[in-house]
Design a protein around this ligand. Structure first.
Ligand SMILES: Nc1ncnc2c1ncn2[C@@H]1O[C@H](COP(=O)(O)OP(=O)(O)OP(=O)(O)O)[C@@H](O)[C@H]1O
Length: 257
């Protein structure tokens, strides 16, 4: 079966440094893959290349067999490749519901038009509420975004991503900056998205418990290169990964949390 997404020799160079270096990667639809690697390994840069925020120095990305080379980030989203919003993309003075409604509207390209009206407005609102319930923010729809806790803001980002209805979800460290108490509910949210069974998910995370719990496969980046890609047990047993990363350079604290 053709992979839903794959890269061929994907590389980007910043000055003399190859932040992503010759990565050949592929994923089947509905698969859940996590990306791990030490700080500076190139994980976020890899996402930026997939989402179109950065242009590769070499190599290509194929979505359902077609090159994305000439597609902007917006076009990639339209084709089904969605990148999680960052807190900085959330409008702090709008309510939680208004933020998600804007994300739905951006997908539907709905502009204000009184004739198109009330029914459409209602459908968009209902969909936004449904996405908020899915991320366990159903009780916060009318809260002003700036007043959410950090963990709630991260859930709002996921709701906004879900509102784009893309088949592929790129989640960049959804637990970053969260208190330990907040982590289990994000895990629950991501697990429920996975269990719905209609998404292909790529997750960057440092929390190994969460990765092992969710992933069908794990890929390891190290110095921009793809060091290994396999099932969670293959990765945990892989000697190169252990030497380069899990056993040595990596912070054990992070693995345990
Ligand atoms: N726009 C840029 N200009 C120059 N160097 C960059 C740029 N973006 C990333 N880099 C460098 O590329 C390397 C990879 O960074 P990246 O943020 O992708 O790593 P990461 O694996 O996501 O790390 P972390 O786990 O800390 O988020 C780093 O050395 C970083 O300094």
């Amino acid at each position: 079966m053709e992979p839903i997404i794959r890269t061929e020799n994907l590389s980007i160079q910043f000055g003399g440094h190859r932040a992503v270096d010759g990565v050949n990667f592929k994923m089947q639809a509905k698969h859940f893959k996590s990306i791990i690697g030490p700080n500076g390994a190139g994980k976020t840069t890899f996402f930026n290349l997939l989402s179109g925020e950065l242009k590769p120095t070499e190599g290509e990305i194929f979505l359902r067999g077609k090159s994305l080379a000439s597609d902007s980030s917006i076009e990639r989203t339209r084709k089904g490749l969605g990148r999680s919003f960052q807190i900085t993309n959330v409008f702090p003075n709008l309510t939680v519901l208004e933020n998600v409604r804007l994300a739905v509207q951006s997908r539907e390209k709905v502009r204000f038009n009184f004739i198109k009206h009330y029914l459409q407005y209602k459908a968009i609102t209902n969909e936004a509420v449904e996405k908020l319930e899915q991320v366990l923010l159903g009780n916060k729809v009318n809260a002003v975004a700036s007043q959410l806790s950090h963990g709630e803001k991260r859930k709002l980002e996921i709701a906004m991503l879900l509102a784009l209805n893309t088949e592929i979800l790129l989640l960049d460290e959804p637990t970053a900056g969260m208190s330990l108490e907040e982590v289990p509910t994000i895990l629950e949210v991501i697990r429920s998205i996975k269990e719905q069974g209609d998404k292909t998910i790529l997750l960057i995370e440092h929390k190994m418990d969460m990765i092992l719990d969710l992933s069908d496969s794990i890929m390891v980046l190290f110095n921009g290169k793809l060091l290994a890609d396999g099932t969670p047990s293959e990765i945990m047993d892989n000697e190169t990964v252990q030497n380069a990363y899990l056993g040595g350079l990596y912070d054990e604290q992070l693995i345990k949390t």
